[in-house]
Design a protein around this ligand. Structure first.
Ligand code: ADP
Ligand code: MG
Length: 699
């Protein structure tokens, strides 16, 4: 899944806007280098340089009417200016005072004395900022532009003026003039990128002609691409800016969806599925011994999966289900179908701990069935049965010969060279959000198009579903198994910690166990962000006589195993850990999840952590302790108090922190979009999907 965006243009070579910016009048090597830092290389890039915001310079607010804390644009002449030094010439304030006839405005810059050289007495200045005080009226670090006398003022004044992102040395006015000139020269030569989807623009007052698609049900009207680019830089209203943005975003999404659909199409013509339907030989006894009945939701999903496994195309499916919804057993059933069919299966998880949890689990489940289970992580290679042991013998349905089949479990070590996954029928990836797209693809390429099942407990907001995961079909388990205790979630500030600890002790006294999570391993962070190793001794004495164990990523594998085993056996009542326990630890007697510095984590991640508790019959408590100061963070955390609906949480996280957070740190899957907004453009994405389908498969 290469999701790099390429510039949208019908035939880039032929188009004059594909020429480098340095071919423009007034752009020498120095300016070209500055533009390159803004990722502007071609004329088209320049035309697509998106204003950061707009200033309505048709109506300036009189300085006397500026309101505290409200961003506004004012205009006035400099009546005084100068630098004040203090603290032995180490600190400074540069100030200009503007007068517009109604009042005076003090504009201040801290520790930027060189600002002085940009202004002179009497200059007319446009200033954008918000008042921090009324007496005198003061703005700190406003964005300013000196009005120069000259013909070009109609570009900069008396209109809705675009304010562009800049880079060092590049003046706003220069860039605005350049874009204005370039627009005049090239606007008419911006091609429609999807001529198949458009008809000649029927110019409605020169603006907003419909993007007409003959065979689609498209009924919205958007400007042509050329008009959109015009409106982006020369809007007459902010509504026009929005129209322009939506048209340009649509182009980005069409390009993205076209790539996804083309890749999917080529996959469908090349790839042939291995028959992995199975024959129930292993599945039946497995389900009989399981000790619980699959929920309706699990059964429904399993039916979808079996259909894929017996279909003509290799399965490419994303399985979503909230933490604790029972994805593992569904994956287990799928694995058995492939194993019954005579193929090996690989299960890949993001951490060693989770891999080992799966290994333990699957060994228990599969060993009695005679299936071989092998663990391969960075630090270990173990097999549930020694070589020479009785292996699971399965008749290869094609040859009728007996074959022994294996479930391989591992971390990304599974994809390192040398591990040859021959005869792989199914690849299962657990907790997809921790993997990069590239890693996923790498594993799949090891075999001859094995079936692929990707599992995630972070529900994928639908916008990401269609873009980042656009090549996968989706299933979700929308129901938790019965008999779960209730999880109550509380947000508290750090000053309430004594009460919180008393509550934790109370739970421990009732025989329950607790997780305590801090963000860091060794060094405490700024503002008292706690590290587990530093707090370990503290916590031990605080919670004595209960015993406390320590778990974090820098421990040796063996130490990690020991800590988890001791906690599982209730030899440790408390596990002090980093967020690494977010996946894979399953201890039903643990009913408390206490997370300090909770403001340091994403909501989806906290939701995962919370999913570690409430796995048994007892009521469970998730306590999120936030720094007392940060009101905003507390507000954000309240989402978790209000809902356990993973979808709502993921949507909230996407809005608050952007897609990178949800997709994981090293995740490269998020497309780079200039105009599209993955948090908000659901309708455009759907529309783009339909239009792209017409491009890829013209009916
Ligand atoms: P997740 O979807 O987060 O991976 P798991 O697969 O770890 O969830 O399941 C959580 C727990 O629920 C496990 O202990 C599992 O054995 C149990 N479980 C799964 N399905 C059911 C069911 N249908 N009835 C009862 N318990 C179940
Ligand atoms: Mg799981």
């Amino acid at each position: 899944m290469a999701l790099e965006m390429t510039a949208v243009s019908a035939s880039p070579q032929a188009s004059p806007i594909a020429r480098p910016v340095k071919t423009l009048w007034g752009v020498g090597p120095e300016r070209a280098a500055q533009l390159a830092r803004l990722e502007i290389f071609t004329i088209e890039d320049l035309l697509l340089h998106r204003p950061r915001r707009y200033e309505d310079r048709r109506h300036f607010r009189p300085i006397a009417q500026l309101v505290l804390d409200e961003p506004a644009v004012a205009r006035g002449n400099i009546v005084a200016l100068g630098v004040k030094w203090f603290r032995k010439h180490t600190r400074s304030i540069f100030e200009i005072i503007l007068d517009d006839g109604t009042a005076r405005l003090h504009c201040r810059w801290w520790n930027l004395p060189f600002m002085e050289k940009y202004f002179a007495m009497g200059d007319e200045v446009v200033a954008f900022g918000k008042l921090v005080s009324l007496k005198p009226r003061t703005v700190d670090h406003p964005e300013t532009e000196v009005v120069e006398t000259g013909e070009e003022n109609f570009i900069h004044l008396n209109r809705i003026t675009p304010i562009y992102p800049l880079t060092e040395g590049l003046p706003q006015r220069w860039l605005r003039s350049l874009i204005w000139r370039t627009l005049n020269q090239f606007e008419a030569r911006v091609p429609e990128p999807w001529p198949e989807l458009t008809r000649p623009a029927s110019s409605i007052e020169g603006r907003a002609a419909p993007l007409h698609a003959p065979r689609s049900t498209l009924n919205t009207s958007l400007p042509t691409r050329a008009q959109a680019i015009h409106l982006l830089h020369l809007p007459e209203s902010l509504d026009e800016v929005d129209l322009a943005r939506r048209r340009l975003a649509l182009d980005e999404f069409i390009e993205l969806q076209r790539g996804i659909l083309l890749r999917r199409k080529s996959f469908e013509t090349k790839a042939r599925a291995l028959p992995c339907r199975g024959n129930n030989r292993l599945l039946k006894p497995f389900l009989a011994r399981l000790g619980f009945k699959l929920t309706e939701a699990q059964t429904k999903v399993l039916r979808e999966l079996r259909k894929d496994l017996s279909g003509p195309l290799p399965m490419r499916r994303l399985l979503q289900g909230d933490v604790g919804s029972g994805k593992t057993v569904v994956a287990g059933c799928c694995a058995l179908m492939a194993l019954e069919s005579g193929y090996n299966v690989a299960l890949m998880s993001p951490t060693e701990i989770l891999a080992e949890q799966h290994f333990r689990n699957f060994t228990q489940w599969f060993e009695p069935l005679g299936v071989r289970v092998e663990l391969q992580t960075g630090s270990r290679k173990t097999s549930a049965k020694r070589a020479g042991d009785r292996r699971s013998e399965v008749r290869d349905p094609a040859s009728g010969l007996r074959a022994s089949v294996t479930l391989f479990i591992g971390t990304h070590a599974l994809i390192t060279a040398g591990f040859d996954l021959l005869n792989l029928g199914l690849v299962i990836i657990d907790e997809q959000h921790k993997f990069g797209v590239a890693q996923r693809e790498q594993l799949v390429r090891k075999g001859r198009y094995p079936h692929l099942l990707v599992m995630t407990a972070t529900p994928i907001p639908r916008t990401l579903g269609l873009t980042v995961y656009g090549e996968l079909d989706a299933s979700s388990i929308e129901q938790l198994p019965p008999g779960r205790g209730h999880i109550k979630t509380f947000v508290r500030t750090a000053d309430k910690l004594p009460k919180v600890w008393a509550f934790v002790r109370d739970q421990l006294a009732k025989g329950r166990q607790a997780y305590v999570v801090y963000p860091r391993v060794e060094e405490a962070g700024q503002n008292g962000v706690k590290a587990v190793t530093l707090e370990f001794d503290n916590l031990k004495s605080l919670l004595a006589p209960f015993s406390v164990g320590l778990l974090h990523g820098r421990l040796k594998s063996k130490e990690k195993d020991q800590a988890i085993a001791a906690f599982r056996a209730n030899r440790l009542q408390v596990l002090l850990a980093t967020s690494m326990i977010e996946v894979g630890v399953d201890v039903p007697n643990a009913t408390v999840m206490l997370i300090e510095n909770a403001e340091q984590f994403g909501l989806a991640q906290l939701h995962q952590l919370r999913g570690r508790i409430g796995r048994g019959p007892h009521d469970a408590y998730c306590i999120l302790v936030a720094a007392a100061k940060s009101k905003e963070a507390q507000q954000r955390l309240r989402v978790l108090e209000e809902t356990t609906d993973g979808f709502r949480i993921a949507e909230a996280d996407l809005k608050l922190r952007g897609p990178g957070e949800l997709l994981g740190q090293q995740q490269s899957g998020a497309p780079k979009l200039r105009f599209g907004d993955l948090t908000a453009d659901w309708e455009l994405i759907q529309q783009a999907r339909r239009l792209a389908a017409q491009l890829v498969d013209p009916a």
